[in-house]
Design a protein around this ligand. Structure first.
Ligand code: COA
Length: 321
């Protein structure tokens, strides 16, 4: 028994900050950001939008896509590092909004790899026959954690949410590899969330997102291909059998480098960071939803999902569409 994805959804906040807008805040320019990252714009929460608001919208859309009623949901797992409240958890807030009255709900945090860990967790519940229907969500308001005076980080991140509905099924495939390396924790840190809205004056820069960009880059381009190869070896599959690789959308140069290291064509690695920037745990489900809506996937396609991020954490999962 595995959890088969039978619906996807996403929520993208409407406030858009393009690279020109950032050039008014820090010493940077559109050409540098596009060339080094592939990012042109990012969407940020505004007004009533919060981490749980976006998550609930994405979940509602995914349930509609799956044709599943909220009462049928047994489990909601939310991956996030930017919930607006410590308690209740975002998953419980989502439950309340969408009316999933029968669901058990909890959050987990594995930074940008969070969606993969949440998917693994839901798969374990479904695989054991404990639950039949699960909603897995990645949702982030990174705009509350980024120092908008630090050009080395603020150009990279954006807000958004993505969700999938899983139904227990005999027909399907799921396998994964995930790893963590706590000894590299200092490479990507944030000691406080919900610090101040981005339009306010930052207080103490040290409590915002801090990153050694070069180290993260090196980590991603070596560990992602390693995880994908291990996953395929484990499943006795070759790269030729994979229709698409849905990678965490951090930097287009990372995606291209992973494709090259795997000896694969860039066309098998769709990207959307140009529009949204790095939305951390939301990036993989947002891209999945975008491609699902475009009917990119054929039934039976093998797809590899792969992510990396704070912790440091990384992993890869194989799904069959
Ligand atoms: N605009 C203009 N110039 C900038 C800049 C910006 N936003 N940020 C840095 N620079 C400057 C640097 O000061 C440096 O100048 P110098 O050569 O005079 O010292 C120069 O550009 C090159 O900086 P460098 O840090 O070497 O650039 P890079 O090519 O490594 O790109 C990142 C920086 C952050 C884009 C890249 O390292 C990266 O994407 N890393 C991964 C980060 C990531 O994905 N994090 C999230 C993981 S989940």
């Amino acid at each position: 028994m595995i959890g088969k994805i039978c619906g996807t959804g996403s929520y993208i906040p409407s406030l858009v900050w393009d690279n020109e807008k950032l050039a008014q805040l820090v010493e940077t320019d559109d050409e540098w950001i596009r060339e080094r990252t592939g990012i042109a714009r990012r969407h940020l929460i505004d007004g009533e939008e919060t981490t749980s608001y976006m998550a609930a919208q994405a979940a509602g859309e995914a349930l509609k896509d799956a044709g599943v009623r909220p009462e049928e949901v047994d489990l909601i797992v939310v991956a996030t590092m930017s919930s607006q409240n410590i308690m209740p958890c975002t998953a419980c807030e989502v439950q309340n909004v969408i009316g999933a009255v029968n669901a058990a709900c909890f959050d987990l945090n594995a930074a940008c790899t969070g969606f993969l860990f949440a998917l693994n967790t839901a798969q374990a519940y479904l695989g054991q026959g404990i639950y039949k229907t699960a909603v897995v969500i990645g949702t982030e308001s990174l705009s509350n954690m980024v120092n908008w005076e630090d050009r080395s980080t603020c150009i990279l991140f954006g807000d958004g949410a993505g969700a999938v509905v899983l139904k227990a099924s005999e027909d399907g495939r799921y396998s994964q590899v995930t790893y963590s390396d706590g000894s590299k924790g200092d490479v990507l840190t944030c000691s406080s969330r919900n610090q101040k809205k981005f339009e306010d004056e930052p207080r103490d820069g040290s409590t915002y997102m801090q990153m050694d960009g070069g180290e993260v880059f090196k980590f991603a381009v070596s560990k992602v291909p390693e995880a994908v190869r291990e996953l395929l070896d484990q499943e006795q599959m070759t790269t030729e059998e994979i229709a698409y690789y849905i990678l965490h959308q951090a930097n287009v140069r990372i995606v291209r480098s992973v494709a090259k290291r795997l000896g694969e064509k860039a066309e098998k690695f769709p990207t959307n960071m140009e529009e949204y920037g790095n939305t951390s745990s939301a990036s993989i489900p947002i891209l999945l939803d975008e491609l699902n809506k475009k009917k990119t996937f054929q039934s039976g396609d093998f797809i590899v999902l792969s992510g990396f991020g704070g912790g440091l954490t990384y992993g890869a999962s194989l799904i069959r569409w």
